[in-house]
Design a protein around this ligand. Sequence first.
Ligand SMILES: C[S@@+](CC[C@H](N)C(=O)[O-])C[C@H]1O[C@@H](n2cnc3c(N)ncnc32)[C@H](O)[C@@H]1O
Length: 261
Amino acid sequence: MPYSAGVSRQGIERALLAAGKDLGTLGPSDLALVEDFHTMGRLATYELAELAGLTPHSSVLDAGSGIGGTARFLADRYGCHVTAVDLTSDYCDTSEWLNGLVGLSDRITVRQGDVTALPFPDGSFDVTFSQHVQMNVPDKDLLYREARRTLNSAGLLAIWDIVAGSGDPAFPLPWAEHRAQSHVVSSETLRLSIDSAGFVIERWDDLTDPAATTMRAILASPPNPVGLHAFVPDFADKAQNLTNALADGTLRVVRILARAA
Ligand SMILES: C[S@@+](CC[C@H](N)C(=O)[O-])C[C@H]1O[C@@H](n2cnc3c(N)ncnc32)[C@H](O)[C@@H]1O
């Protein structure tokens, strides 16, 4: 896996202190620039969350939660309980630490685990979020079967993800140091996996063009110690390669809402 081993907490702590933050009085919004490990950052999380129609009573799974940015945003903004699952134990530890710093530990449960073998009973969740995770998962059928199994009837799967365009992207990318770590498939293949896992696709938005524009603007913004570069090695190169690939259509980015059938 292309993700950090044992350095994310240290990097983030250093970045927050360099930005003049007091770790004793940190609020959820202080983490916004560092915790959304996907194209368009917090903007994408916000738009997906609004479409999902969460309430304080929603039971939410974030499948492939990274350092927990989505879980914290959902728990803080919508008042719901979120279960955050990620394979990378370093990210799970950092997630727990950040949840505690911003006072959200009681609304978020962090579990280290694999999204293709979720450690939860059938029908555990009303809504499952998954942002920029399936590119690391070769067996997409299994991924979405597990998402379906753990959602209750009429539950919602909310996805923000990368699919193949035309041609080959340059590496490294944010989810893969090299080609062998990347399991990007076409929109058609992804749609088939989601469909056949027992979902009805309600929305499929290709947002490649606005994402490329937004990513260019983000890359052109003044340097800030707080950002994904605080814990993702070579992040500037990875983000630039992704932005180039979105701009030339080598990769595409899609927002998907799928309802458990
Ligand atoms: C690009 S990061 C996205 C993190 C988070 N969803 C976000 O948007 O901030 C991809 C994440 O997927 C996790 N991941 C990859 N394969 C996984 C698997 N099979 N099970 C659980 N997590 C996985 C990685 O550990 C990493 O945290």
